[in-house]
Design a binder for this molecule. Sequence first.
Ligand code: NAD
Ligand code: MG
Length: 382
Amino acid sequence: MDNQMLTILGSTGSIGQQALEVAKLRGFGIFALTAHSNVDIIEKQIREFKPRKAAMYSEEAAKELKLRVADTDTKVLCGMDGICECSGEKVDFVLNSIVGMAGLLPTISAIKSANKLALANKETLVAGGHIVTELAKANNVPILPVDSEHSAIFQSLQGMSDKKEIKRLILTASGGPFFGKTKEELESVTLEQALNHPNWSMGAKITVDSATMMNKGLELIEAVWLFDVSPKDIDILVHRQSVIHSLVEFVDNSVIAQLGVPDMRIPIQYALTYPERYPSPVKQLRLEEYATLTFSQPDYDTFSCINLCKEAILSGGLFPAAVNSANEAANLLFRQGKIRFMDIPELVRKAASEVPNVTDFTTDDIFETDKLMRSLVNGYVI
Ligand code: NAD
Ligand code: MG
């Protein structure tokens, strides 16, 4: 496992920074780093990890970074083209931890260059699942899950001899900060409350998605594509302690699960070192420290975002892309204080119902849908 070369997309984010920690610990080399605009963080990362290339999505940030790291050997690139150039350079692994649809083209670029992909960017699979997975198959590129639930399922599937042995996948959900609340109570929740996740420390977008439980809906679609199972064979189980990260039930009713303290460095490292395992700085799981582990059904009526995703993947076509993009827009409006929490599912449902019903589509259609959804959602609010 030594001397692996890694490119990390979204290196300034929550997953990106933890991935660099894992890379340092394992002694992996860093070929390229990319980010949206945080020059302070990426400058520090460039000085420490000395990548060959770095790319900033923002043109202004790229200019600033170029000046700041002029004394280093790192070449600074700019825009989506620059990010795709980085992900398309041959390395051992590209870890995509960009948030949102912006991760789609870099994912495609990595696969086309036959780079193994460690994928945290779930929106890529939600919006373009069949395009991404077919391309990966054609290029013989494995997609290793970084999302903790999907890593748990992937780990639970090791040793399975045939896919037919799977009866169902059980995705666990913490339930987020608003577990147990009624619709009426959710009318008045604030951004600060939504950002206060009980178990995980993550970027702002996914933290709000966890509060609406849209995150679990997106993860259901992500699981369909990663494991090639029907959405009908995926169940969601609320498990407040986030110790059991997901489970697989087999045809003999045997259930295999993966457990651990909630810390993303485990799934990140497993994706990068699979099939091998190495020591990690993550705290040991001591089950005796947990008085009880609890399990319950999600409240689908109150957290209707899960249903929106289920309906979208069952309808197929551009519906999952539409729900994902409408959610990105609504999630942002909520974080900007422009809409209320309970407006999120409403706006997503309204916008996604406007998407044309097609069976065959291209990456361009996904981007058209993205534009349409953003303009519809923003239009409802003005
Ligand atoms: P984050 O907001 O902390 O970081 C996002 C990264 O993406 C940053 O480096 C940012 O610069 C970059 N980025 C944002 N917009 C961009 C754009 N338009 N072009 C290029 N780069 C852009 O997010 P995060 O919490 O690290 O999550 C990243 C991804 O991983 C998401 O898809 C999320 O759903 C998934 N994920 C995160 C966690 C977690 O614990 N944080 C767990 C599971 C899955
Ligand atoms: Mg997850």
